[in-house]
Write a protein that binds this ligand. Sequence first.
Ligand SMILES: [Zn+2]
Ligand SMILES: [Zn+2]
Length: 360
Amino acid sequence: MPLRATTGTTNLHAFEFEEGQWEELKATYKRLGLTMPCCQRAAVPKTSPLGNYFFAHARKGPCATAPESAQHLYCKQLIAQAAHAAGWTVTTERPGACPTGEAWIADVFCERGRAQVAFEVQMSPQPHAETLRRQRRYRDSGVRGAWFHAPMKSGIAPLTDKETPVFSLEDFEVGVPPRVKGFPLALPEFVEALLGKRLTYEVPEYTRTLHVGYLLGECWTCKRQLKHVCGMLDSAEQPWWYHPLTAASLSQTLAGVQAALSSSELAGLGLNRIEQYEINLGRRSKAPTSNICLHCNAPQPNEYVTEKLRAALGAPGELKNPPARVSSLLGAAVLTRTERGAGRWKLHDAAAVPSGHLAA
Ligand SMILES: [Zn+2]
Ligand SMILES: [Zn+2]
């Protein structure tokens, strides 16, 4: 159910009509030769049972454009009216094409100066891959796309990011503007905020400090000095506090280090990198995750490393309490890195508009 029909080269937008004007159009449209935007066949102005104005095919024909729900029509109307009120030139059901010729039709297309924004209302579930595909067509066409999805039955929030802004509508009935999930705004105010550059996508950053315990020793093969990685520590204070003392537990512990730090991060700390070394002395190893010598790339058998570790820690009984003698062979390397958390859209007050906004 389009909100737009054409007469000659002029667009008629149902969402711009007042009640009296719409009744007048209904009485006079036959003289105007209105056509549908989808197939250029004859169009008729109609009013939905819920009071929304739209255009329909004058008679059933071969047009394959899928029928829209009343909710879809209503949301398009709200978006179009809000964008129009915000000073944008609005065209609904607007066809366009990528430079490669791929065609698209935007539910609500808004232009102001060089900025072009397409709003899409998705009342039926759409796989995210399809949203990404359609968003890519807009991007290739120099159009910023934004998506409003009906609430998902699962309650799961749709995937959204800076490249592909997707927002969820709360349950609604035609006649009462839906609220946008997670924001204190209904759809019209939200569209105004989007177009007014008052929504930014923010990814929190934080600093994380990692402590990697090591044992000073020499390579099993080349005999050069190196730091055998022994496990992650809570702090750099007590590098003797916990260490795996069997080959199997060292392998397991090293797998944890491998998951936490990249090979280049380990190299940056002057430590061995960690790799899986499945075959040891011709047999399948039960403790495959190993230190790899940073000088000669030889895998260090976990049996060898744990033997040295036991010697550095002293007698097993001493482990129950912090040992009186802390071996100078044990140490902790400290890595500080910046990590990024989950991003989210943030609404800003009308007064403060930062850069990096949606309609950039
Ligand atoms: Zn049609
Ligand atoms: Zn070596």
